[in-house]
Design a protein around this ligand. Structure first.
Ligand code: 4NP
Length: 157
């Protein structure tokens, strides 16, 4: 059975496209592509149709990760379409959960902070790099790289 994985951030041009690209590279390297369908989306719609931020694409590219996705906005249907919804920070978590009308809806259990899968980081949230310098983009890749190893281990065990 194909597992459907959705990464979510605010703009869908920095963190969640990076997560999608890293996840895609790791499953390809491990010959697991047939087990997953992967996508990303933003809780906001300001950048819909745009490629990832050039700073994020360049940082990812320097690690051999190509970011090809275009920004789209999360919609309510995504909550039912995907099996696992991984958000970058607590604002994203609240924004996604606000699309669910019922606190007891089982969809709630699909939504997790991506860093909850990290075996290294003590952080809960992947910091938004958009208004910062180059370090922020490197930091996003480093945090996601480790968390996505943990996520893939979880999903394949
Ligand atoms: P992302 O970063 O949520 O990681 O894609 C951002 C991108 C754009 C904006 C904020 C965060 N913005 O305010 O336009």
């Amino acid at each position: 059975m194909v597992q459907k994985i959705l990464f979510v951030c605010l703009g869908n041009i920095c963190r969640s496209p990076a997560a999608e690209g890293i996840f895609n590279k790791k499953i390809k390297d491990r010959h697991l592509e047939n087990l997953f369908f992967v996508d990303s989306a933003g809780t906001g719609g300001w950048h819909v149709g745009n490629l990832a931020d050039p700073r994020m694409r360049e940082t990812a590219s320097s690690r051999g990760i190509e970011l090809k996705s275009r920004s789209r906005q999360l919609n309510e249907n995504d909550l039912y379409e995907f099996d696992h919804i991984l958000v970058m920070d607590k604002d994203n978590l609240h924004a996604v959960k606000s699309l669910i009308k019922d606190d007891f809806n089982p969809v709630n259990s699909k939504i997790k902070l991506i860093l909850s899968y990290s075996k290294e980081s003590q952080l809960d949230e992947v910091p938004d790099p958009y208004y910062g310098g180059q370090n922020g983009f490197e930091n996003v890749i480093n945090l996601l790289d480790n968390a996505i190893d943990g996520l893939i281990d979880y999903l394949t065990n």
